[in-house]
Design a protein around this ligand. Sequence first.
Ligand code: ZN
Length: 458
Amino acid sequence: MEILSAGAARTVTGSCHHLHFDGARVLLDCGLFQGGSDLEARNREPFPFDPGELDAVCLSHGHLDHVGRLPLLSARGYRGPIYATQATRNIAEIILHDAAKLQAEDYQRTLRKAKRAGREGDVAPPLYGVREVERVLTQFRPVEMEDPVEVAGGVRAVFRPAGHVLGSATIELHDGSMRLTFSGDLGNRESALQAPAEPARPSDVVLIETTYAERNHRSRAATEAEFAEVLAGSLERGGNVLIPTFALERSQAVLYEIRRLMERGAIPRVRVFLDSPMATRLTRFYEHGENEFRDEVRAVLAEGRDPFAPPTLEFTVDTEASKAINEVTGGAIILAGSGMMTGGRILHHLKHNLWREEASLVVVGYQASGTLGRALVGGAKRVHIYGEEIRVRARVHTINGFSAHGDHDDLLHWLDGSGDAEVFLVHGEPEVMDAFSVELRERGRRVTSPELGRTYIR
Ligand SMILES: [Zn+2]
């Protein structure tokens, strides 16, 4: 078997691994590189394999860094099947359409500026548009968790719950002689929503993500207690509480906690707005995702209730409804994207609330350096939003325990099931991978951190 790294090699995005079994070529994931222009330039480079010669694609889950280059793969000659769970297919449809829309908007904005500078020839066109997205969506073939499926001549795949986001799977591939297991993104075993992933099964080779291989998250109980305290304290001060959220998984996890806090009387039943059309659509899918959830979540669904709907929840899909929230000043909870406050509706809410002493900003997600979110978490007293200077008087709280990714102990727990498999470390920062590989070698493992574009024969 040959393993060719086509992404997420000593970096956290662009998940894509090309496997050449005896007589069959299978691609695991086809994600977008994200995070800075150097990385993003790689999306325009040719794949290090011929897309027309592939026999099958298998997807671990619907995040953009795992599916975002699929329209390019199709446009460059791949017309075969893409195997994924139904939830992953639904999520990919929303995520890919959103990516095409953002690329088109970005292109128009850059082009306008370039025209004024007389440099319109320098502007790269979008990677793909709606037509390419629609085409690749016709190639999806839904698979059931735990049901073996023959994906290419002699190669069988088994998708098993990864506990990361709705529909997320680990993928086992078996060609009759060798078994390779791919972790995709592994979930946090302390997630309030997703049932934890079962350990990997004995394999010859394992590809494992290493996003948080160097740390352990706070416990779920500690996170819930902290969230309850921050929300109760913020609402007592009378102002609005803004929670910037990623549309997939984080929004639903936060809504789930708010509902539980309201039902047990820990916080007052103030108005709750989910001000994100994308998160609203994704939340509808969560209402049908019972198989992978924890028993507590499934029990609520079994009663015919919605686990992700606090009693006062309002969805604001159109722009007018979103703008009307600006009139609300006295103690509502507002969830909106983007999660790092780099764009989207949250910016309007920040503009209308950050200057108010009684308002609160509750940050529940990772904030990359250079983003508005990082500046606010770092204690910035003045920020610029839509060209307007805003004095930050609102209180800013950070809660770190909501991660959808497994931590160091979660990764080891999953890996322990794989027998004496050789371990390929993917999807992580180089320093984190190197430290983790030292630890695994001390435990007697054979470890490789593949490099982009290199082939490894096993
Ligand atoms: Zn992910």
